[in-house]
Design a binder for this molecule. Structure first.
Ligand SMILES: [Zn+2]
Length: 338
């Protein structure tokens, strides 16, 4: 194990990225073959996040219902459904009072396949607290459209509404933006909120952002990603991955008092969602999710199955965690010995 200076890691990894993200990724995968992943479960005693705030439940319910409605046609990149979802999220960020931080307003358009001239759209809003460093909060809003991909997916030509994957994370991102913008605290971090597209097509939106960032990546303190946080069942844990990316994570997460659910904490830094791109750029990143289920990537991933109350408790947990991390200054990136 070794400590590595943040900036030197970023320089090395980003230099690698010029040769292509996938080559960096495969190199890292090779290096990881003998890694032992530690799976740690903790039950925390507490009260805080157990209280259910009906207003939070109402806002996330409304957002998930809209994003997972048939009107959005499964939010496939490059389709009218994606544009409708994009415009809805832009309007929500505007209403919340975030500053636009894309290329055209809130929007960062990018090609999502080399042979395809079609564009997908990341949506980026900024909360400026006048701080030197910025916390990046992410969730992808795209999904599978009518289910013609991924390749091994059995297409049924039905709308895949993706209520859990990932209208749930998108609604949480908007709720966190609302909370951080409207609370009376001026945090010591700025916050950048990014709703990524083309995640389901290979984490394309986050890879594109990291190679074409709309703020200096060296100013990013850490990243929190949410992907599928709507299907918690009673007694089931909130899973948090990426603890291997900083030595500060474990003790900080365990310090949050919350008896609504147990935590499953995993070191894995490069799990299959948008936080991985930031990890490869030398930035500490965590990923929150409530686990896979029978409706995963099926037309039946619908709004009726979302546990809104539990999701509101997860959001409350993340809010407490952000406030705790705000007392810790710039946190260290950790590169586990390969
Ligand atoms: Zn997802």
């Amino acid at each position: 194990m070794k400590f590595v200076e943040r900036d030197s890691v970023s320089a090395v990894v980003l230099k690698g990225m010029r040769f292509g993200y996938d080559s960096v990724k495969s190199l890292a995968m090779k290096q990881k073959t003998f890694l032992i992943f530690l799976f740690l479960s903790y039950s925390l005693n507490a009260q805080d996040c157990s209280t259910i705030d009906k207003e939070v439940v109402s806002r996330i319910k409304s957002d998930i219902k809209i994003l997972a409605s048939d009107l959005m046609e499964g939010r496939e990149p490059g389709t009218a459904g994606e544009i409708k979802a994009r415009d809805f999220i832009v309007e929500r960020m505007q209403d919340i009072g975030l500053q636009p931080r894309g290329v055209e307003g809130y929007i960062q358009a990018f090609p999502f396949s080399e042979e395809d001239s079609q564009k997908a759209h990341n949506i980026i809003g900024f909360l400026d607290n006048g701080a030197q460093q910025t916390v990046v909060i992410t969730a992808h809003y795209d999904h599978l459209g009518y289910g013609s991909y991924p390749v091994n997916h059995i297409s049924s030509n039905e709308i895949h509404n993706g209520a859990d994957d990932n209208a749930s994370g998108t609604a949480a991102l908007l709720e966190l933006a609302y909370y951080l913008k409207s609370n009376p605290i001026k945090e010591k971090n700025n916050f950048l909120f990014i709703a990524f597209s083309a995640e389901e097509k290979g984490l394309k939106g986050s890879k594109y952002f990291v190679l074409n960032p709309s703020l200096n990546l060296s100013a990013v303190n850490y990243v929190l990603n949410m992907d599928m946080i709507g299907r918690m069942e009673t007694g089931m844990p909130l899973t948090i991955e990426g603890l291997g990316s900083s030595l500060i994570w474990e003790s900080s997460l365990k310090a949050i008092e919350c008896d609504a659910f147990p935590l499953t904490l995993k070191k894995r830094e490069n799990g299959p969602s948008d936080h991985a791109a930031f990890y490869y750029a030398g930035i500490p990143a965590l990923h929150f999710w409530t686990g896979k289920h029978d409706d995963y990537h099926k037309p039946s991933d619908d709004v009726e199955k979302i546990n809104f109350e539990a999701e509101s408790q997860i959001i409350s947990f993340i809010e407490s965690f952000i406030l705790l991390m705000d007392t810790k200054g710039r946190i260290d990136f950790y590169l586990r010995e390969k």
